[in-house]
Design a protein around this ligand. Structure first.
Ligand SMILES: Cc1ncc(COP(=O)(O)O)c(C=O)c1O
Length: 362
């Protein structure tokens, strides 16, 4: 008998990362993956170099020093933290530990794609709840909870929409979810959020045994290439993740660089201030040019177009690479990462020119 794939695997459309190159353009602006344009802290780079002297050694499988550093920095308990090869791996591990064939995993319609992919990978059934004006909708999510629901993934703030639920809304969502549903709060962009009514969810994790919070070093800490994410968990969930993860799932250089990045609070603040300034500037410039720009608390903007494909081609002709949104059910949008000042100004100028073209040419 021929090899047989497990049910669900063939349905997975492999995740496609942001485009990074353009033929004929030596140094395009890569604004397609929500990376930090300032790069990581120089202290993280130094720690990474230092770690390169010990590449013949296995990493600390428990990431003890890094977990202690995270606990110190955020006022958490180290034993409730589990590190992963990016928060992507932690999403995959949660799905593996808590869902399988016959189970349902819930998320909102324009939620981060890995929620769906990790669900299919374990043979469970993905369920997408409608959103209201590109915002996760607590009532719509709750209405889709059934006896087979095992996990609810909430991107908060969500990528690619940039919207968020307030601490009160998330608390209400948890209160009305059955105890047997794991609420996974994916707070990959938490460090960028300055809204006073936002909360990444540490308190909800501590309050019970069925909420987990995911964070990453890929965004504000500028270490996407090293792959380091972490989960703050109730003890039972930390235990489950430690059982299903690989023994050395995060590398030694990644652990060392992440720890140094955490300790450079000045670089983090500089990154936050850069993002605040240029995100708000770009949103203003694009709105003035006639575009609909969705409010974002992250390091990216979701922008609507009459013809997003034409806009993408035009932007690429100026060396600017954005993320197309067809895979997220938003084919009329592009997602624009906040880049350097020069990249942001070039984006605004290009889109002003594009808006100035006759509609037929767009
Ligand atoms: C909402 C969200 N969660 C998780 C991730 C994955 O991040 P990591 O690089 O830690 O795997 C991303 C990356 O874009 C994201 O946008």
């Amino acid at each position: 008998m021929a090899l047989q794939l497990r049910p669900g695997i063939a349905e997975i459309a492999p995740y496609v990362g942001g485009e990074a190159s353009l033929p004929g353009v030596a140094q395009p602006a890569k604004l397609s993956s929500n990376e930090n344009p300032l790069g990581p802290s120089p202290k993280a780079i130094a720690a990474f170099r230092e770690a390169s002297l010990d590449l013949h050694r296995y990493p600390d499988g428990g990431a003890e020093r890094l977990r202690a550093g995270i606990a110190r920095r955020f006022g958490l308990e180290a034993e409730r933290i589990v590190c992963g090869n990016g928060s992507d791996e932690l999403i995959a591990l949660l799905s593996r530990a808590y869902a399988g064939p016959g189970d349902e995993v819930l998320f909102s319609r324009h939620g981060f794609l890995m929620y769906r992919l990790s669900t299919l990978a374990v043979g469970a059934t993905p369920k997408a709840a409608p959103e209201k004006d590109l915002q996760s909708d607590v009532e719509a999510l709750l209405a889709m909870v059934g006896p087979s629901t095992r996990i609810l993934y909430l991107g908060n703030p969500n990528n690619p929409t940039g919207s968020y639920l307030t601490a009160a809304e998330v608390k209400e969502l948890r209160r009305r979810l059955p105890a047997g549903v794991l609420l996974a709060l994916d707070a990959a962009y938490a460090e960028y959020v300055e809204a006073p009514d936002y909360d990444a969810g540490e308190g909800l994790v501590r309050a019970g045994d069925n909420v987990v919070m995911l964070r990453t070093f890929s965004k504000i800490y500028g270490l996407a290439g090293l792959r380091l994410g972490w989960a703050y968990c109730p003890p039972g969930i930390a235990d489950a993740l430690n059982r299903v993860r690989g023994p050395f799932n995060t590398s030694a250089p990644a652990q060392a660089a992440a720890l140094a990045a955490l300790e450079d609070e000045a670089h983090e603040e500089k990154s936050r201030a850069h993002n605040r300034l240029w995100r708000d500037w770009l949103a203003g410039a694009l709105t003035a040019a006639g575009y609909r720009v969705h409010p974002s608390v992250g390091n990216f903007l979701l922008v609507e177009f009459t013809d997003a494909d034409a806009a993408d081609v035009f932007l690429k002709s100026r060396g600017l690479i954005m993320r197309k949104m067809g895979g997220y059910g938003l084919p009329h949008c592009l997602r624009i990462t906040i880049g350097s000042e020069a990249e942001t100004r070039a984006t605004a100028a290009a889109l002003a020119d594009f808006a100035g073209k006759p509609a037929a040419a767009q």
